[in-house]
Design a protein around this ligand. Sequence first.
Ligand code: PMT
Length: 226
Amino acid sequence: MLLKESKIIVTGGPTREWFDPVRYISNASSGKMGIALADEAYKISENTIFIHGPINENLVKDKPYECRKIETTADLLEAVLNEIEENSVLIMCAAPADYTPIEKSDEKIKKQDGDVILHMKRTPDILKNVADTKKCRRLNNFFVTGFAAETMNTESYAMSKLAAKDLDMICLNDVSQPGAGFNVDTNVITIFTRSGLKIELPILTKERAASEILKQIDAELLKRGD
Ligand code: PMT
């Protein structure tokens, strides 16, 4: 399986979980890292798709590859599961909301005196669902890269995600470092592979970081030789 002959599915941006018609739970992901990855991916394989949450539409309006907008974590799960197949590579750079309100009010919730408690439940873990689907559909030529946005115990959390989500590679993003993570133009990434490599990248523009990540995916696929 060669990267240039693969379908490359990149996810990026946040998701939104609404609790009334005007308010939602989300995060500060701008989609920039995902777009940088999709841009680099498209240079290697024109069979690239970018699935993204709500981001500035101007960032994706002239892209030569398919950009598909989703809103919630459940939508993202459905879109990802529909796209994965043999000879595909998934790069999960999106920052899906981990919790969703248990109830969504049809009316705007009125302000009242005192505190408000919002009851929430976990959203589906997309990468875990992908791992199950991979087994179920017996997808052998399929490569999955996750991200880990961490602020403490960064390396050990990234390694646990690599194992728990059955990933081929993980990009640790220490989002507590200046110039790294959400809504900036640079990033600081450390790559860990299932094969045991650790590659520490310096602070780079998101475009250069994306290029390094794709280079490493290419190298891992070449090593597999299937
Ligand atoms: O968009 P930018 O502003 O450019 O910012 C880039 C970024 C900081 C969002 C990006 O570099 C990044 O770190 N993305 C991952 C964010 C995240 O959700 O990390 P996590 O450690 O919470 O999740 C671990 C992995 O599981 C990620 O690959 C995530 O996509 C995935 N996930 C998370 C939640 C969920 N319900 N299902 C998942 O599959």
